[in-house]
Design a protein. Structure first.
Length: 215
């Protein structure tokens, strides 16, 4: 098994305890990604050796924004390998079995991989092999986006294509503060932020009360 104590210790630092079974499933997911990555491009080859930190823990660290009483559904945009969606699903499964995941992924092969992972880990999930930009009136509690589109594009998508959502959770790099400042020129929003557990220069952002200026 992977050095699961890395994940367990880091999540415990944000007040989230992880069971042995959950760690086992995260390890199974890690193995599944690496096996499939030899066939299709799920993650970069350069990040395979550091998949725990770069992908599994990086995805898992948003759990304290997700595991809330008012959250029952989560939509993962441009899901790809299921990072962070599948990781969050595994973490939430024992905490809240009714928690629902919705995945939007254009790629046929990646969509099939997501379906296989949902079945493997018995998640309450729906996979749509669709272009999210063509969908309308979507409803969810949380929108999550990791390495999908620039922040202004995600904001436009959230306000135009979603009928209802409570929060947007984003992963921003070292220019995160500048990106937020630039976005505030055209958008009004509240946010919470925290430093990434996997990269001291990166940020995790929770956006709420989003609306466009002069809209």
């Amino acid at each position: 098994m992977i050095d699961s104590q890395i994940i367990k210790k880091n999540l415990k630092n944000i007040g989230y305890d992880v069971s042995r079974e959950t760690l086992r499933e995260l390890d199974m997911f890690r193995t599944s990604i690496l096996l499939k990555n030899s066939e299709i491009n799920l993650i970069s080859k350069n990040s395979e050796k550091d998949i725990i930190n770069r992908h599994i823990l990086d995805s898992a660290q948003i759990i304290d924004y997700v595991d809330k009483n008012d959250i029952l559904s989560c939509t993962d945009l441009g899901s790809g390998a299921g990072l962070p969606g599948i990781v969050i699903g595994i973490l939430m499964k024992s905490k809240k079995p009714i928690f629902k995941l919705i995945f939007y992924e254009k790629s046929f092969h990646k969509s099939n991989f997501l379906r296989q992972m949902n079945e493997k880990f018995k998640l309450n999930a729906q996979v749509y092999q669709k272009n999210i930009f063509n969908e309308k009136n979507i409803q969810t509690d949380i929108i999550i986006s990791r390495a999908f589109k620039p922040l202004p594009v995600v904001f436009e998508l959230a306000t135009k294509n979603f009928k209802k959502f409570k929060y947007i959770i984003l992963f921003l790099g070292k220019s995160g503060n500048k990106i937020l400042e630039e976005a505030s020129r055209d958008w009004i929003f509240n946010y919470e932020k925290k430093k990434s557990l996997t990269n001291k220069e990166s940020l995790i952002i929770k956006i709420f009360n989003l609306r466009k200026k002069n809209a």
